[in-house]
Design a protein around this ligand. Structure first.
Ligand SMILES: NC(=O)c1ccc[n+]([C@@H]2O[C@H](COP(=O)([O-])OP(=O)(O)OC[C@H]3O[C@@H](n4cnc5c(N)ncnc54)[C@H](O)[C@@H]3O)[C@@H](O)[C@H]2O)c1
Ligand SMILES: [Zn+2]
Ligand SMILES: [Zn+2]
Length: 373
């Protein structure tokens, strides 16, 4: 069948809307009519070339929601008409990680930056017969898409898909960065660095975990202001500006936890974050850095790491299993405990994805969402 999708042909580059040929779902796969897809900053990392996939052209997008329209052979647990979210880490259910409830670390995560499906073939093709890669086995920037059953999470049908889609990445990732990775406790002083689509949900997670003070840090003034509506108690433009207040609140010791969710992770931000936490405190690293840029982290003193017993915790997908986390987060939304509608700053058509990307880079949105016709 035919579908229209946002395609990246070279990085750095921009999304181009192209008509592609989409195969029938194969063994263990489903055809999904997409309803909405959020724009996460991780998508942009592929445009600018900070992160790469093994093959171009590439259809991007990984924060999607849609409706199952066809079920391929050997699919269990899904029916035509089911409402689904996409998981950017597939879950096989059998590897060591899945078997121990850590589906966010499923061994199939190793292939999400290659571009083909699990069996090594592609479902999307150009009219010239060229195979088209999909990001994270997904590629949600397409009106229609074929997904492996490992990559889909079924959700209740009474939740609007154009807000539910945000749970597929930003909400689960941010919320779990606070509740799991930072393990925020009642009364804690928590700093969230970068309050966009992911960080705003770290604020929500910290709020629900009972944090005493939640300090939002973002250079964009609107973000500083919006964070207060999601549970932040104060906002600052930089970690440096926030440091005086953190010291004041903690008798000079530092934050119980600092959660790093800025657009792009740099070594300087890791160093500043490390210095900002108290002894025994936790620095959560959720943001993604340029894949190849490594080297010294200024301020990361190995002696202090051991002697002050600080913890640096990387966090993938909020350290939660998507099939457990997504329905729970959506239940909180239905109960009025979790803000999702307010996360969507602006809706776009697929053809407006260039504008949506520009707005993401300029920090104009908490989240921009592509809504399909
Ligand atoms: N670990 C994971 O599983 C995972 C999952 C999703 C996204 N991510 C990553 O999380 C990061 C955030 O994604 P997002 O979609 O929320 O991005 P976003 O663009 O929506 O938000 C990032 C925010 O950081 C702010 N910012 C930029 N530089 C800053 C700085 N130096 N200090 C403080 N704030 C700063 C921006 O103004 C913006 O508000 C990205 O790197 C993304 O790739 C990681
Ligand atoms: Zn994402
Ligand atoms: Zn697995």
């Amino acid at each position: 069948m035919r579908t229209r999708a946002a395609v990246l042909r070279e990085a750095p580059g921009e999304w181009q809307i192209e008509e592609l040929e989409l195969d029938e779902p194969k063994d263990g796969e489903l055809l999904v009519e997409m309803v909405a897809s959020g724009l996460c900053h991780s998508d942009d990392h592929y445009l600018v070339g900070d992160n790469t996939v093994a093959q171009m052209p590439l259809v991007g997008g990984h924060e999607g929601a849609g409706i199952v329209r066809k079920v391929g052979p050997n699919v269990t647990g899904f029916e035509v008409g089911d409402h689904v979210l996409t998981a950017f880490i597939p879950a096989c259910g059998r590897c060591r990680w899945c078997a121990s409830g850590k589906q966010n670390l499923c061994d199939n995560g190793a292939i999400i930056q290659i571009g083909h499906q699990v069996d090594g073939t592609y479902r999307m093709h150009t009219d010239d017969g060229e195979d088209v890669a999909t990001l994270a086995l997904l590629g949600t920037f397409s009106e229609w898409q074929v997904y492996d059953q490992m990559s889909l999470v079924k959700i209740d049908e009474d939740i609007p898909l154009d807000v539910a889609c945000l749970v597929a990445c930003g909400v689960q990732t941010g919320y779990g960065s606070a509740t799991n990775a930072a393990d925020v406790q009642t009364g804690d002083v928590v700093v969230v660095v970068g309050v966009g689509g992911v960080g705003m949900n770290a604020v929500q997670g910290a709020r629900d975990a009972g944090a005493g003070h939640i300090i939002a840090v973002d250079p964009v003034e609107d973000k500083q202001k919006w964070a207060l509506d999601f549970g932040a108690t104060e906002s600052f433009g930089s970690l440096e500006e926030a440091s005086g207040r953190v010291a004041e609140l903690t008798n000079g010791q530092g934050a119980d936890a600092t959660i790093l969710t800025p657009s792009l992770l740099t070594n300087a931000i890791i160093g500043e974050g490390f210095v900002s936490i108290r002894k025994g405190g936790t620095l959560v690293v959720t943001s993604v850095s340029n894949e190849t840029r490594c080297g010294d982290v200024p301020g990361l003193n190995g002696f202090m790491l051991a002697m002050l017993q600080k913890r640096i915790q990387g966090a993938l997908y909020g350290m939660q299993a998507p099939r457990e986390a997504m329905p729970k987060l959506l239940r909180q939304y239905k109960n009025g405990q979790l803000k999702l509608d307010e996360l969507v700053t602006k809706r776009y058509t697929l053809d407006e994805i260039g504008q949506a990307t520009e707005d993401l880079r300029a920090g104009r949105n908490i989240r921009g969402v592509i809504v399909y016709d």
